[in-house]
Design a protein around this ligand. Structure first.
Ligand code: NDP
Length: 333
């Protein structure tokens, strides 16, 4: 049983000495628990947050403990009537071949119909509901409004732009390569894509948003947030979904510099954590899978094979080398 353990808290980028891969005994489930085998491990920007001993929305992973992850697995042994052998579960687990779960940490993935389990897990377990609730509940986009999205070619951002289009909005995406820009405009229907690494972001945004910005879906914070603040319309909304530009920071990050515009333009900025929406998951799953069936919502997976490659793979999130939802495949179901 291979288990990745957190050995060191990262300073800056995730380095090879932060986690170690150990060979350990397969654990025994206690009363009310299950043993499951890992099929897919979702790699998420928040993995970096969990590695740090910083103020956050969950406990940080303890030093020497197995690394936490969003997982999909097959039940091998069950000591609870809630699950039976062979069930496919998903939820919060660890970076390990075999692990213990319970109804407090995982739930049934449910019947995915024609959708392969890997796609259902990749899109619907975390990033789909995040895009859905954070955009619609907090961003509250109205038809005809302009929605700007950062990390627009990423797992969450790709879906946010498409949902904005379904809701009749103009969608403008920022991402870090010309290939990603081309993909989000030609395949996903974004109206305009901006390469924030090569273009003047302020100028490009002003051109792309002639009527200003009504909703800025923030996945990055930093400079892009500041440029968007300048263009926000009166009563604009900024759902704060992520701050990936500062997850690897070694010093406190200054800004936003245009803070005064929150007052002047009566903006609403609200942080979002998907864990607060667990009881409303069925609503998102129904809408997202319906749009997927109708061909209105496309998703892309970026799959690395082998649990042993998880540490190298997770680094891609912070360099922008992933193209779609990043995950590790351990064993297909
Ligand atoms: P992505 O698939 O979008 O991968 C991360 C992407 O972030 C990279 O591909 C890269 O794309 C971009 N990026 C990396 N570093 C920077 C930087 N310094 N400045 C700007 N962009 C950068 O990951 P997810 O879709 O899973 O996550 C996107 C965001 O959503 C993250 O901030 C994450 O924390 C957040 N999130 C929040 C949740 C919540 O409940 N609040 C739940 C899930 C995700 P590029 O090539 O475009 O630079």
């Amino acid at each position: 049983n291979r288990v990745w353990r957190l050995r060191k808290r990262p300073v800056g980028d995730i380095t090879d000495d932060v986690l170690s891969l150990e060979n350990e005994a397969i654990p025994e489930p206690g009363e009310g628990e299950i043993l499951f085998r890992l099929n897919y491990l979702s790699l998420d920007p928040t993995n970096r947050i969990w590695m740090s001993d910083m103020e956050q929305y969950m406990e940080p992973v303890a030093l020497d403990a197995p690394m936490r992850g969003v997982v999909c697995g097959t039940v091998i042994k069950s000591n609870t009537p809630e699950f039976k052998e062979g069930d496919i579960v998903s939820g919060i687990g660890t970076w390990a071949d075999y692990q213990i779960g319970s109804s407090a940490s995982v739930g049934l993935l449910g019947d995915t119909g024609d959708v392969p389990v890997i796609d259902a897990f990749g899109t619907l377990a975390l990033v789909g509901p995040t895009a859905y609730f954070c955009l619609l509940d907090i961003g509250d986009p109205k038809p005809g409004e302009t929605v700007v999205v950062s990390t627009a070619a990423g797992a969450v951002g790709a879906l946010v732009g498409q949902i904005a289009k379904i809701k009749g909005c103009r969608a403008v995406g920022l991402t870090g390569s010309d290939e990603k820009c081309q993909w989000i405009t030609e395949e996903l229907g974004y109206d305009v894509a901006i390469n924030y690494k090569t273009q003047d972001v302020g100028k490009a945004l002003a051109e792309a948003c002639p009527n200003g910005i009504d909703v800025y879906y923030d996945n990055v914070g930093g400079k892009i947030l500041d440029e968007c603040l300048k263009l926000m319309n009166l009563h604009g909304r900024i759902p704060t979904c992520g701050l990936i530009s500062q997850y690897n920071a070694t010093e406190p990050v200054p800004g936003p510099y245009n803070y005064d515009l929150i007052l002047m333009h009566r903006l609403k900025i609200q942080g979002f954590i998907i864990l607060d929406y667990m009881d409303r998951y069925p609503e998102a799953l129904e809408a997202l899978s319906g749009w997927m069936k109708e061909g209105k919502l496309k998703a892309r997976l970026d799959v690395t094979d082998g649990l042993e490659n998880a540490l190298q793979a997770v680094k891609k999130l912070y360099t922008g080398d992933n193209m779609g939802k990043l995950m590790v495949r351990v064993k297909d179901v």
